[in-house]
Design a binder for this molecule. Sequence first.
Ligand SMILES: Cc1ncc(COP(=O)(O)O)c(C=O)c1O
Length: 365
Amino acid sequence: MLFNDFKKAYEEDQSKIDAAISRVLESGWYILGQEVENFETAFAGYLGAGQAIGVGNGLEALQIALLAIGLKPGDEVITTSRSAVATALSITAAGGTPVFADTDEYFHLDPALIEAKITPKTKAIIPVHLYGQACDLDKIMEIANKHGLTVIEDCAQAHGAEYKGKKVGTFGAFGCFSFYPTKNLGAFGDGGAIVTNDDQLAVKCRMLRNYGQTNRYEHEIYGLNSRLDEIQAAILSVRLPNLDKNNNRRSTLAALYRQELAGVTEIKLPLERPGAKHVYHLFVVETARRDDLQSFLKGKDIPTLIHYPIPIHRQASFFEYNQISLPKTEVATAHILSLPIHPELSTQDILTVCSNIKTFFAHDK
Ligand SMILES: Cc1ncc(COP(=O)(O)O)c(C=O)c1O
């Protein structure tokens, strides 16, 4: 069993993917061309967003969004420490200062703790739809509107996830996506996208991703090199139509986990937020015996991971934050375990994981 099975996922669409790659190679145009435009249109259409802008990766999608709103050194951005380090790196890369608030019972930025972190320097909030489930967007948007703050949704783990019937990424000023191969919509390399309904901000993002360029060799602002390439865009266009099917498969596997593990009192199953459609990028359980369970499963060739073993505020690179206290984040970090849930897994695979978990907790004895 693999935690992610990229080869199997490729084989399922091999002829279409091979054809898409050949088409690009034969076109003679490899960066920011028709394939990127086509994918941008399709992805924006899928989400119900005004525009999508293809960029190099998820980190730079967030960084470009922050630069587009004119973030300056000293400006503060409120976010969560329970995320991939890229979330906070995007803020420092854009010259800002991350401010971490603790999480709620769904592992997300807790809206009840945001207002206490707002200062005159606060410019934006980055909620992370961690593990594939929407944050409490009603409350977050309400706070942001009340204080005149920009919301930039980190949707790197939540392609297709919904909140009250609307796709995540379309609530804030920007939705930022990663197409890293592990993601629910993954490329065969790095890739990312920003979505927005604001045409002016979209123009700025397009400039920022390409050296701050307006017309060829005319650079109006400082920018980055963060361009989605034609091959990745062509592959993503093949894969986008399968996203809902794959997300549904993940939900089916999640339901099976819930059914099989319901009686295992030592395991806490992930909560589903009312009104949210979870796309199960990850299936994260909690248990006090996490490390022992992980080693036991490893011994049975069952791969698991911890997302994430060190919260951002405890990383060596974020040493200025190492002493702050985020109790919920810290407790959860010691207990969480991500069980395999990619769409290529079989029902039998999930049953095998569950029966081993039950054996570990001696439920079968
Ligand atoms: C929540 C979150 N934000 C941002 C990123 C950054 O995406 P990328 O790896 O494409 O830069 C990731 C991916 O690891 C992520 O999981």
